[in-house]
Design a protein around this ligand. Structure first.
Ligand code: ZN
Length: 271
């Protein structure tokens, strides 16, 4: 059974964990995974190639012929683990990278997430920039991070520095920093392009007054990245709620020492 495959179980687990964190109210958030060749071999007998191609809305030629496991449009993360075939599905990208077809799941007329253009464009850029290592793109609505987008300037430098200063592990877990995209209408080409610009440089991009996009090699790393950013945001919200004058913080020299100790390169623009 496809639902017994390790990558499908990992995908369902991640949906459940995100839901338990409270990041996926109603049908909020979406998740996609670029399936490995050996994983595809294992499920080949159960997928049904289809000629019913639909437009992606953007062009992703470097993903031609790839298969993705994706959450469904309007579907609730809370329901994914209990009934995967109705809430998630596998799509195949055509030879031009302009259309997709559904080859498994999405029962009863379900379709992939409305954020599919952003997911696929991010997959394309990450596949290219990481020599194929990155396979997961995750979008969630964590409340503390969203709250910060109402009070911090919407600048990469400010968000990165504030989060780094708030929790010691942050510069080690996201040493490249955090990108910020101003409020935009979700679900379209424009926000996809803006996000991809940021994801060329970062693994995390904030959508102002909306949520967060994270990219990573596997489910654990990507979920962990989302969790770390939200945890730091929660601490920062608590700090800002208590006082507007911090007595002490993690200093520029501390950040440099962290980079040295953990062997990560800290970009100068954040120091
Ligand atoms: Zn969203």
């Amino acid at each position: 059974m496809i639902t017994d495959a390790e990558f499908v179980k990992g995908f369902c687990n991640m949906c459940e964990n995100g839901s338990k964190m409270g990041w996926h109210e109603r049908n909020g958030g979406n998740l996609s995974y670029r399936i490995k060749g050996n994983e595809l071999e294992l499920i080949k007998a159960e997928i049904h190639e289809s000629d019913a191609w639909r437009e992606i809305g953007v062009s992703v030629p470097r993903l031609a012929g790839e298969y993705f496991l994706v959450t469904g449009s309007g579907k609730y993360f809370a329901n994914v683990a209990a009934s995967p075939e109705e809430n998630i599905g596998i799509i195949k990208i055509d030879e031009k990278g302009e259309n997709y077809s559904i080859v498994w799941g999405f029962l009863n007329g379900a379709r992939p997430t409305s954020e599919l253009p952003t997911h696929l464009m991010n997959h394309e850029i990450k596949k290219m920039y990481t020599d194929g290592r990155y396979r997961v793109i995750y979008h969630a609505h964590p409340a503390n991070l969203i709250a910060l987008t109402f009070v911090l300037p919407l600048k990469d430098e400010v968000f990165t520095r504030e989060l780094w200063e708030t929790m010691t592990e942050c510069p080690v877990i996201f040493p490249k920093g955090v990108g910020v995209v101003k409020w935009m209408v979700p679900g379209g080409r424009e926000i996809a392009l803006a996000t991809v610009e940021k994801m060329k440089e970062y693994d995390v991009t904030v959508w102002a007054h909306h949520g967060l996009f994270a990219a990573g090699e596997d489910f654990d790393l990507t979920f962990g990245l989302m969790h770390t950013v939200e945890k730091a945001s929660e601490v920062l919200v608590k700090i800002l709620s208590m006082t507007d004058a911090r007595r002490q913080s993690i200093t520029t020299q501390d950040l440099i020492s962290l980079g040295d100790a953990f062997g990560v390169r800290i970009p100068k623009k954040f120091l």
